[in-house]
Design a protein around this ligand. Structure first.
Ligand code: KG4
Ligand code: ZN
Length: 390
């Protein structure tokens, strides 16, 4: 099955072409083409992601990414032709909300001979709705021209699959034992999900306010560090650990550490950082120390709740996914600490390049959906769902 996959839920415009051989979850996945454009430099200027800006950039970047993915896969064939009036009209209708997109797609289709795909997989949520729509409408437009079916993918399932891809065997998903717990930590989400099997997801814990990545981004911003804050804070925290710097703020709170549930809260921690720096001019060393203090507090809470979830549900597997799982400190701490407390639990962390948003994970999830009977919905009904849950 040749899959074209599209991800535009936040600030990455990504297109992949993946060949799946066999059935989910035992298939072999060959990534034939992969293209990703990160809008980070654009959003840096604003200190965060504005949906309208993200939408505009996705519209601008989608065709170049499609072209690159096809080129990568050696599937880009120049073949001038004229699109039929009916097809052109369809594209104008489907892309009527994405200014200039129909014209661009039409000239692309008239310059190249597009290959056939067995499936087009596109993220339909969760995410920023104006951004999601760009991917969905391009998917529908391509489907109209190529006749390929479209499947709507849940971004969070994508993150789960990304974490077990290439983990044990190249081009394969790891064969995980159930029940499994997934800790999903990104710019938009912080949740613990219980999986009794593939496709059955039960949210057992979540943040009551900020997502953990969002807290990283906001704290970084307060400290005058650029967006996205996670990697910035991570690098500085590692520096502080290497130099064994004394704490800048030893008593940062560990919100909800002892609450009797699996929920999180990070907004109070963020506020404590604000109070700790308000009106002060921090030295570089003090900033590094504070980054470490903050990262320590976050990691401690995430670890404690994850341990509780694993024990409560007798989990055999832990899957950590989402952008924050790129954190070196978090990776090391979880691996070492869980080996001590839960030696029988298999822990999966994504390859670094698959930890933040990408479209390879959307192809994997698309394949999972296509293999289940519940997928046969009408393409016209696919819509963006910013709050889509697993
Ligand atoms: O999964 P992702 O790429 O996008 C969303 O779906 O939100 O996650 C992005 C988030 C950002 O908040 C970013 O600051 C955070 O992941 N992040 C990190 C690191 N790298 C990215 N957080 C902590 N440490 C990192 N190394
Ligand atoms: Zn994500």
């Amino acid at each position: 099955m040749r899959i074209l996959s599209i991800e535009t839920s936040c600030d990455e415009t990504a297109v992949s072409i993946v060949e799946a051989t066999g059935d989910f979850p035992d298939a072999t996945y060959e990534v034939l083409g992969n293209a990703l454009f990160s809008q980070i430099d654009i959003h840096k200027e604003y200190g965060g992601v504005f949906p309208a800006v993200a939408k505009r950039e996705h519209i601008k970047t989608f065709i170049p990414m499609l072209k690159k993915a096809l080129e990568d896969a050696a599937l880009l064939v120049e073949e001038p032709s004229t699109l039929s009036q009916t097809d052109a009209e369809k594209l104008h209708t489907l892309l009527s909300r994405e200014e200039g997109a129909a014209e661009e797609l039409i000239s692309f289709c008239e310059a190249y001979e597009l290959p056939e795909f067995d499936l087009i997989a596109v993220t339909s949520g969760p995410g920023l709705e104006p951004a999601l729509w760009v991917g969905i409408n391009f998917a529908k437009a391509l489907s109209a021209v190529l006749g390929s079916p479209v499947v709507a993918v849940n971004h969070m399932e994508g993150h789960i699959l990304a974490s077990i891809f290439d983990a044990v065997e190249d081009d394969k998903l790891a064969q995980i034992a159930f029940p499994a717990v997934a800790l999903l930590i990104s710019g938009g989400h912080t949740e613990l999900v219980l999986m009794q099997n593939w496709g059955t997801y039960e949210k057992i814990g979540q943040t009551k306010d900020d997502a953990v990545g969002e807290a990283f981004d906001k704290v970084a911003r307060m400290m005058g560090l650029p967006y996205p804050g996670g990697p910035q804070i991570g690098t500085r925290a590692q520096e502080a650990r290497a130099q064994n710097l004394p704490p800048y703020k030893a008593d940062l709170p560990r919100p909800m550490l002892h609450s009797n549930d699996l929920d999180f809260s990070f907004s109070g921690l963020k506020t404590s950082v604000r109070y700790a720096i308000e009106g002060k001019e921090l030295t570089e060393a003090e900033k590094n120390a504070l980054c470490r203090d903050f990262e320590d507090a976050v990691t401690e809470v995430l670890l404690k709740k994850t341990r509780t979830a694993l024990t409560q549900h007798g989990a055999a597997t832990l899957i950590i996914g989402g952008g924050v799982s790129a954190s070196t400190h978090l990776r090391q701490t979880f691996q070492a600490e869980l080996l001590a407390s839960h030696p029988d639990v298999e822990v999966y962390l994504p390859q670094r390049e698959l930890s933040t948003d990408n479209s390879i994970m959307i192809a994997l999830s698309g394949h999972a959906r296509a293999s289940s009977a519940a997928t046969a919905g009408a393409i016209a009904l696919i819509k963006a769902d910013g709050n889509r849950s697993l």
